[in-house]
Write a new protein. Structure first.
Length: 65
């Protein structure tokens, strides 16, 4: 699991056990949230800037699309 996503999950009070048991599902859920954020950003930002924002968000969360 991506370390940043894991840190956020722990801040949300998921236990290490929760993450171990549901790791793949939780990772996928986090990736879907990131992708939805990317879609929303495209609606409010100048297109040239969207690519830079999208790359930065993907890099930060370790999400590939």
């Amino acid at each position: 699991m991506n370390e940043r996503i894991k840190e956020l999950a722990l801040q949300a009070e998921f236990s290490e056990r929760d993450l171990h048991i549901q790791g793949d599902n939780f990772q996928r859920f986090a990736e879907l949230i990131v992708q939805e954020c990317l879609r929303q950003s495209k609606e409010v930002v100048i297109p040239i800037t969207v690519d830079a924002i999208e790359s930065k968000i993907k890099e930060h969360f370790g999400v590939e699309s």
